[in-house]
Design a protein around this ligand. Structure first.
Ligand code: ZN
Length: 182
């Protein structure tokens, strides 16, 4: 087990299109060790999720907590399909964009199809906070950071965010502690 170094915005790995994981790689001890390390790193930094490119590994692998009861889970080669035109605005943060928060608008009902870390297929329909987390994490696999999608006038340093609260049309927004990374 190892805690991995988290890449910060500006590192090219965060802008690459990550490679799919193939069957042979998935079965390897090396890959399973990587999954353990990715999870340990997410837990160390108290993220809601972590994508492999954030630890300098350009593979389509994400670990995240969608449901506190189920605990952290892995999505390998995930594919997201929005199931609605309606969107929700959430203040997001990212372990790779340290110390900043900003409001992002995303579809609030999505389907996710992926493999688990053992190669078993799984599918979810997600709404609310888990839908935000999964879209944020899967964006990392396509070289997209939340800040690319954020409303620029809502961007705030963490200290000011905590002092003045969210900017913009989000007066009723309640801070989600879970968004400390993702
Ligand atoms: Zn992130």
């Amino acid at each position: 087990m190892a805690i991995l170094k988290v890449a910060q915005m500006g590192h090219p790995v965060l802008r690459e299109i990550a490679e799919p994981v193939d069957e042979e790689m998935l079965q390897s001890d090396e890959f399973q060790q990587f999954c353990d390390d990715l999870l340990e790193t997410m837990e160390e930094y108290e993220g809601a999720g972590l994508a492999a490119p954030q630890v300098h590994i350009s593979l389509r692998v994400v670990v995240l907590t969608l449901d506190n009861q189920r605990g952290p889970e892995f999505l390998i080669n995930p594919v997201i399909t929005p199931l609605t035109d309606s969107t929700a605005r959430t203040f997001e943060g990212c372990l790779s964009v340290e110390g900043i928060r900003g409001a992002v608008e995303r579809p609030d009902h999505v389907q996710v199809v992926a493999l688990d870390r053992n190669g078993q297929p799984k599918a979810y329909e997600l709404t609310g906070f888990p839908a935000v987390v999964v879209q944020h994490e899967c964006d990392h696999l396509d070289g997209v950071l939340y800040i690319d999608r954020a409303d620029p006038k809502t961007l705030a340093f963490l200290r000011e965010y905590r002092r003045f609260g969210p900017l913009g049309e989000d007066a009723d927004y309640e801070d989600e502690e879970g968004l400390e990374e993702e």
